[in-house]
Structures are given as structure tokens and as C-alpha cells.
Design a protein around this ligand. Sequence first.
Ligand code: 5AD
Ligand code: SF4
Length: 470
Amino acid sequence: MHEPRKLYVKSFGCQMNVYDSHRMADTLAREGFVETQDPAEADLVILNTCHIREKAAEKVYSELGRLRKQKQEAGSDTMIAVAGCVAQAEGAEIMRRAPVVDLVVGPQSYHRLPELLAEARAGKRVVDTEFPAEDKFDHLPAPTRAATRSRGPAAFVTVQEGCDKFCTFCVVPYTRGAEVSRPVAKIMDEAARLVDQGVREISLIGQNVNAFHGAGPDGTSWSLARLMERMAGIKGLARLRYTTSHPRDMDDDLIAAHRDLPQLMPYLHLPVQSGSDRILAAMNRKHGRDDFFAIIEKMRQARPDMALSSDFIVGFPGESEQDFEDTLDLVRKVGFASAYSFKYSPRPGTPAADHAAQVPEEAKAERLAELQRLLEASKAAFDESCRGRTFDILLEKPGRQAGQLIGRSPYLQSVVVNDPPAAIGDLLTVTITDVGPNSLAGIPAEANDTSVSQSPASSALSRPLAAMEA
Ligand code: 5AD
Ligand code: SF4
């Protein structure tokens, strides 16, 4: 009997990478690999990388430096593979800069991992960053019941990959390629299998998830709303989410799905990037600030307790103080429950990188700090509005202290519960008793509690932040 070989996969960046890492692990499980959390004992290390900003891309090289040292000190023959978007964008460069790397594999070639590994083991340094004709999803095996269990009751399913929008700052259309949707039947099979294995919540993911237009069983092209309506019929599936959406593709059917599907959580991540029409045009976003407000308005009509999240970039080339003020104004008007914000990072090969009017680093840093203060206040106000409210949480993992479990609220907040009368994978109705910076705390709601409501204070959501502070 051979010892099983050990695999360590580290994911950087977005949820799609987390999903892809699982699929790589599933593929290699068939080759006799078991996963480990310790890179030092691994026979194969895969870094699943992110290229979205320079900082993210540089992380791979520092990680490779650490691995090289570890390999030298231990005298081990661990194989090192680089996957993901840095692999796709800089395959040859990685091989040149990091001789420790045995294999570079782009996101569209993960199904070829077993053969690529065999080539690498035979002594070749392998780079595969093709966009092959065959569909990788047809060749990636499904996870075993044990693997699904170990990943918890909330799972991701990729429904769409790639992007045709070409925002002028973004590398995704180059690293992930053109937009492709998976067929509805394949998505349904994968989802039903996950639910059968104990999953209670599915997040449908894609770089442009609401541009989904997969082939339906009837031969026509289905929208994301239609797909989710079908998925809501899977018995045992308690919750549905989707990310990441583009404002341009936020159609009325999708908004109506938030009104009509009880499984669809009242939380939307909708990147706006900037509150200035001038900058949005320069970014090639294909929407203005009023379009964004109109979507939010419709969403709140369909689902009054809708919580919103977004992405922001400060210091895009040509951004003036007034443009930045417009972004602050948009944040105050919408009131976000959470948000991600970044300094603009010029990415080689994208149009904005060559723009003459780059914003100085200092101004970018100041603007980011100011925006983040505002977004944090907005998040704190939203969290505070949940105090005393009662809603279901999906218990996902143990907490730090004995007896604690951590679950997610409908609005994606972490909620800690002491000694819950329930187990991981259960939905538990809780009342929020404490609000901290990173999580909430709750107690199981009394069965006869008449104040039970599924929505947090919608007043805090629909009022502008200035009014909340007053
Ligand atoms: N610089 C800074 N942030 C970026 N993003 C994408 N490209 C860049 C860039 N070049 C941000 C956007 C996007 C999120 C995933 O990353 O806000 O929505
Ligand atoms: Fe990048 Fe824009 Fe496509 Fe989003 S929509 S992945 S920001 S190009």
C-alpha cells in the first residue's frame, strides 16, 4: 500500500478561486491525493492566484519565495504549481522569476491537471494557459460526500465565467476570457447533488453572474432569474444567493425574483465603482449614477429589507476632488450594509493603465481612508439596526469558545450563538443581542416570541446615512 499523497491548495482572491480550488482537489482526489492544511507536509502545493490588483499578484511571488526556502531547508521534493489568474496572465514570467515552480496552469485547464502533473513529474516544466475547445466542467469530477461535508453547509456553484464588459481598469476579460454560461441541466445536477450531500445554501457565482444566459432544457436561453426559480424547487435547499452582478444586467425579472422567491436572500453585492458619471464613462461601466439609484429603488420596492454591498475604486485616472465627492455622496444616499474599496491599481494591458492623468499615490491613499471611514460608519449603522431583531441564521462552523456556533444572517453577517439547541447545517431563529465590529451575537428566539420579524429595521436601510447619523 502506498501512503496517500498530500495536497495543499491555497486560494487567493475571489470566491470563484475558492470554488476552483475545490474542483482541483476533487480532480486530484481521484489520483490519490488527500488534502492537508500544512504546506510543509504536502507532496504537491497549488497556489490559486489572483491578478486583479498589483498587490494581489505580487503575493504569489512572496509565497513562492517562502516555499522555496521551506523546500531547501527540508530538502524535500514537493512539487509546486501555480494556478489562477496570475498563471493565466504571466505564465512564462512566473517560470522565469521562480525556478521553484514545476507547473503553471490557467483557469480553463484544471481538468487537465492529472496529465500536466505526470509531465511535470517526468521532469518537464509545464505551462498550460490555453483556452481549450472542450468544456472543463464536463471533465471535472463532482466532490465526494465526505469532501462536501468538510466544506460546510454553504456551497458555491459556478454558473458563468468570464466577462465581455471590458471596464478599462480590469484584467478579468483577459485572464478569464469571454463570457460563457453553463447549461441549466448541468447546474441543476450539481446543485441537487450538493443538497443531497447536506448543503443548505448555494451561492451561484460568476464574474458577471447576472449576465447568465445558459441553455435551458427547452433549448432556449435561460436568465439567472429563471434558473433560480427552478433551483428554488430543490427540496432541502433553504437559501440562494448570487454574486457578482453588474448594474447593466440587473433586469426586472431578477429584481422580481427577490420579491417572489423566499429562498433568495435579501442581500445584493452590486459593484458601482464610482459615484461620478464622468469617471463611470471613463471606466466604460455602461451605467451612470442615476441608473444605480434606479436599481436600488426598484430593489427596495421588491424587497424592503434588501441589504446592499458594493465595490469602489478611488483614484481612477483623471478622478478630481469633485468626482470623489460624488462617490461619497452616492455612499451617503444609498447606505451600504458592507463594501469593498480599493486604490486604483494600473494593470498591464488594460486601457486605463496608459492614461496620462494618473492620480498621485498620496491622494489615492487619502481618498481611500476617507471613503473607508464613511463605509465603515454605514456598515456599523446597518449592523446596529439589527439589534433586537429576530431572523434565521444558517449555522456554518464552530466558534472560538466551547459550545459556540457561528452562522450567517440573511444579510451575510456572522452571528455567534452560545450553546445553540441546533447543529451545523441547521437554520436557527435567533434574536440579535450584541453588535460587534466583526460579528453579531444572538440568542435562540423564544418559540412563542410574538415580535419575530424577518426584516431588520428597514428605516436604516432606506434613509441616507446623513439622516442616520443625525
Ligand atoms: N484597481 C483597483 N481595483 C480594481 N478592481 C478591479 N480592477 C481593479 C484595479 N485595476 C476592483 C473592482 C472590482 C473588484 C473585484 O476589484 O472594484 O469590482
Ligand atoms: Fe472586470 Fe468590469 Fe467585467 Fe467586472 S464587469 S469583471 S469589473 S471588466
